[in-house]
Ligand binder design. Structure first.
Ligand code: PEP
Ligand code: MG
Length: 578
């Protein structure tokens, strides 16, 4: 079976499907007094079956020389004899007269909540084991099939899900996850963006057809073409293995550009920097040839934790990211951009009908100046150690920019009073991702130090097309002439004020876009670390004035396909870089 989706992160992955399903909690069904013994016996039988299964898994792993993993499952067997846990479930069956699966589930929830509340990392990890093993017993009680256990297969797995949240994606282990495929999402969903920085091939927006895939089936993911093959024939596997090695050879060719300066054919320099979400991304991007950071998505520091990061924790993360590049390299730190597809339950924000048009990013920060200031102080302090610049996201009006700048000045005054070091003249800029800001670029350019164009949002707002909706991918195209005109206008407005312009939307690393952005005079290109070397190789083949003429020509066109054809007719070799 061949399925077509939206190519989200390049690369070819071959592995076993692991279909991610939200496990429903069992229903709390009442039982009659005379059913108590039967229910207790059902529980005992399910525990016996789970125990046998675990024993078998342990034996199998030991036979394969994987004693360490075998021990995990031996540990699970011990939980099945745990007096507290099982005793609690038995008492609930007897006293509350509920079915065995609900009793065990509730006993597990109580035990897990208790362990998770403790300040002990080891015990908190045991909570995950208890959840795991009781779910196995519950599946036995419900006669449900066991999902693929990634610890048991030697093959890497391909995650299949309706949707992956950005924090779930950030927690994926690239060693174990060969790729992922989701039913929803678009090219600029944050899970797709994260997949690119983790180097995990991914396809999104496959729609309902994805649910025909079954757990354990062999899958091929072609992240460049957006193609998923389910249960491929042997000759298809051979062809894809060949294709994977060709892509690897191409990547080797780009690797020659990792350590070169970023210059065009006619000798003009540009900056090729990376989009990161963590200090670990910074290290990977530096290895990939990035000259610094054009966008640190700091909101990822806030996700997947029980409390907000402190000033100190943030400061350390910023300094660690900068350390990957050295003291002179530019590090653009964007203040928290929660909202849209990036949720932060800790902030307890009400659910919204239109989260991308809602209460997000700078709008929240301006409402909570103390919260905002914690981050600004951390960034400012990091500026004493590195060439840090501050960037505000989602600025829609002059007033928002001025208010954000005023809070920054307050944070500076506080640090000054405390005698803390920071760079007073650190550059402060804004993202241009709201059409309102793009249209006001001439006014904004008089006050900011730089712009960074965020096309992921700018495209969706300009074309009124949700970036997560796979049905709108044709509108969500940065080569839409309306978007190109706005970008051109922004770059010109900044140039008139002598300010530099970068781009940190995904467009900045797309081979069709790079020539025209160069021609329009873009100075800084910020992208996933994986695309830096390829883009540098491409830029080395481009002449700035020729690209200026090409940009002028495409600005006259009326349709993204015409734009693409014009670029390809001028640069027929460009396809090699796709
Ligand atoms: C953008 O909107 O282009 C951008 C870079 O920000 P994010 O993708 O985090 O919304
Ligand atoms: Mg954005």
């Amino acid at each position: 079976m061949r399925l077509q989706g939206i190519a989200a992160a390049p690369g070819i992955a071959i592995g076993v499907a692991k279909v991610m399903r939200e496990e429903q909690r069992p229903e709390r069904l009442p039982i009659r007094a005379e059913e108590t013994d039967t229910e207790l016996e059902r529980l005992a039988e399910a525990i016996r079956r789970a125990d046998e299964e675990l024993q078998e898994i342990g034996r199998d792993l030991t036979d394969r020389g994987r004693e360490q993993e075998a021990e995990i499952f031996e540990g699970h067997r011990l939980f099945l004899q745990d007096e507290e846990l099982i005793g609690k479930a038995q008492t609930m069956i007897r006293e509350e007269r509920i079915c065995a699966e609900a009793a065990l589930d509730e006993a597990m929830q109580e035990t897990v909540a208790l362990l998770e509340s403790l300040d002990d990392e080891y015990l908190r990890e045991r909570a995950a084991d208890i959840r795991d093993v009781t779910r196995r017993v519950i599946r036995k009680l419900l006669h449900a099939a066991e999902p693929v256990d990634t610890r048991l297969t030697d093959e890497p797995f391909i995650l299949i899900a309706d949707e992956l949240t950005p924090s779930q994606t950030a927690q994926l282990d690239p060693k174990a996850t060969a790729g992922f495929v989701t039913a929803s999402g678009g090219k600029t969903s944050h899970s797709a963006i994260l997949a690119r920085s983790l180097g995990i091939p991914a396809i999104v927006g496959l729609g309902e057809s994805l649910f025909q895939v079954q757990d354990g089936q062999r899958i091929v993911v072609d992240g460049r073409e957006g193609v998923v093959l389910v249960a491929p024939a042997e000759e298809q596997l051979v062809a894809y293995r060949q294709k994977a090695s060709e892509q690897q050879a191409l990547a080797e060719r780009y690797r020659a550009f990792v350590d070169c300066p970023s210059v065009t054919l006619d000798g003009a320099s540009v900056e090729l920097v990376a989009n990161i979400g963590s200090p670990a991304d910074a290290e990977a991007a530096a290895r990939g040839g990035a000259e610094g950071v054009g966008l640190f998505r700091t909101e990822f520091l806030y996700m997947g934790r029980d409390s907000l990061p402190t000033e100190e924790e943030q400061y350390e993360a910023y300094v660690a990211a900068a350390r990957a590049f050295g003291p002179e390299a530019p590090i653009v730190i964007r203040t928290m951009d929660i909202g849209g597809d990036k949720e932060l339950p800790l902030l307890e924000l009400p659910k919204e009908e239109n989260p991308f048009l809602g209460y997000r990013a700078i709008r929240i920060c301006l409402d909570r100046p103390e919260f905002f200031k914690t981050q600004l102080r951390a960034i400012l302090r990091a500026s004493a150690e590195a060439n840090v610049k501050i960037m505000f996201p989602m600025i829609a009006s002059l007033r928002e920019w001025r208010r954000a700048k005023a809070v920054l000045e307050e944070a500076k005054a506080e640090l000054r009073a405390e005698g803390q070091a920071f760079r007073d003249d650190l550059e402060t800029g804004i993202m241009i991702e709201v059409p309102g800001a793009a249209l006001m670029a001439d006014r904004l350019a008089k006050e900011v130090d730089f712009f960074s164009i965020g096309t992921n949002d700018l495209v969706q707002y300009t074309m009124a097309a949700d970036r997560m909706n796979p049905k709108l991918a044709h509108l969500n195209d940065p080569l839409q002439p309306a978007v190109l005109r706005l970008i051109d206008q922004v770059i010109r407005a900044a140039a008139r004020e002598g300010k530099w312009v970068g781009m940190c939307g995904e467009m900045a690393g797309q081979p069709h876009a790079v020539p025209i952005l160069l021609g329009m005079g873009l100075h800084e290109f910020s992208m996933s670390g994986v695309h830096v070397a390829r883009t540098r190789a491409l830029i080395a083949k481009l002449d700035r004035s020729d690209m200026g003429r090409l940009a002028e020509a495409v600005l006259e066109l009326g349709d993204p396909d015409e734009v693409r054809s014009e670029i390809e007719s001028q640069l027929p070799w460009l396809r090699e870089y796709l």
